[in-house]
Design a protein around this ligand. Structure first.
Ligand SMILES: CC(C)(COP(=O)(O)OP(=O)(O)OC[C@H]1O[C@@H](n2cnc3c(N)ncnc32)[C@H](O)[C@@H]1OP(=O)(O)O)[C@@H](O)C(=O)NCCC(=O)NCCS
Length: 147
């Protein structure tokens, strides 16, 4: 079932503020709606004083959940909102029966520090998977966190 339009609006407000356009990693509204139409996709929104500050979007599979996106608006960063969202996503995934949470990120993304300090370990690399603004290719790193 599609979530309320309001929630999509709040996700998109964070999406547009949080992702560096140079990498083209932000999803379109259509992509978010399509993901959420699939019953296995889940989201959480963090708010500060009624304003959307961050969100996660994940997809449940058999005994695994994939964190598709995590984002916090620049105005609200380094206040542990991302960490709280990650912990909530882990708890939700565990309740849905997942044994591990997986994610993939561009190798130069500083989000790596957040993941490492929250129990994620590197389990794979996809060589030259992303393109940097300079045109160079960057690896994708796959992380897993046991739940
Ligand atoms: C990654 C992101 C979600 C982190 O959100 P956040 O709310 O700022 O993170 P937190 O405040 O919870 O960080 C907790 C800890 O993780 C580490 N950390 C988080 N962001 C960091 C950064 N940019 N550089 C270094 N360490 C970082 C720090 O140890 C931090 O604790 P500290 O502030 O006490 O040092 C946010 O920077 C973001 O939205 N980035 C753009 C979108 C993105 O690339 N998402 C990930 C790929 S889908």
């Amino acid at each position: 079932m599609m979530p309320p339009e309001d929630d999509i609006d709040r996700i998109m407000a964070v999406m547009q503020a949080a992702f560096d356009p140079a990498y083209g990693e932000a999803w379109t509204r259509r992509q978010v709606e399509d993901a959420l139409l699939v019953g296995r996709s889940h989201y959480r929104i963090a708010e500060v004083l009624g304003e959307p500050a961050g969100f996660t979007l994940s997809r449940h599979g058999f005994e695994e959940e994939e964190l598709l996106l995590i984002a916090v608006s620049p105005d609200f960063r380094r206040r542990r909102i991302g960490e709280q969202l990650l912990q909530d996503c882990k708890a939700d995934a565990r309740l849905r029966g997942a044994k591990q949470l997986l994610l993939e990120m561009r190798s130069d993304n500083p989000a790596v520090h957040l993941y490492r300090r929250n129990g994620f370990v590197q389990i794979g690399t996809r060589k030259n998977y992303y393109r940097a603004p300079s045109g160079d290719r960057l690896d994708a790193i796959t992380f897993a966190c046991p739940l």
